[in-house]
Design a binder for this molecule. Structure first.
Ligand SMILES: [Zn+2]
Length: 153
């Protein structure tokens, strides 16, 4: 989703309605011109809204890619349980021949997909994030940890 820019914001402190730039709000720098209070809560709520949409889209897209790779369909109920890269690896592992190597094979399939997404999530201004992928944090945090850096807003 996209916010109208500028966006009409009612100050939570003094109730003054003002137009604010979306970039200022998202970078948490917006200030109420009337009472000079920070509009940080509004910016954080907007980030959360954008993150929710982004997380949902990311999960669906990654599962579609894995379905193609595995030639196997993932049911919605299974998709809904995916919160982390580890959950994705479980989805993949269920579709591999059982055996000692299935777990590590599933991890490596998910890692290669995730690394591609992480490269795509990095903008020209933010250096490609090439640290170790964390399999146990929310998908969006693992793929786009720097999405709210100032240069990306
Ligand atoms: Zn105010």
């Amino acid at each position: 989703m996209k916010f109208a820019d500028p966006l009409g914001i009612t100050c939570p402190h003094c109730a003054t309605l003002t137009d604010q730039r979306v970039a200022k709000l998202l970078s948490l720098e917006a200030v109420c011109p009337q009472c000079k209070c920070s509009l940080i809560e509004t910016g954080l709520k907007m980030r959360q809204t954008l993150d929710e949409g982004h997380s949902f889209a990311l999960r669906v897209q990654m599962v579609l890619d894995l379905e193609e790779h595995l030639s196997s369909k993932v049911e919605d109920a299974e998709l809904d349980r995916v919160k982390t890269l580890r959950d994705l690896a479980v989805v993949v592992e269920r579709r591999l021949a059982p055996g000692g190597a299935a777990t590590s094979q599933a991890i490596s399939v998910v890692r290669s997909v995730a690394e591609r997404y992480r490269r795509e999530a990095s903008t020209p201004n933010s250096a490609y994030c090439d640290g170790v992928l964390n399999f146990d944090i929310p998908l969006l945090e693992a793929i786009a940890p720097r999405r709210w850096n100032k240069v990306n807003i």
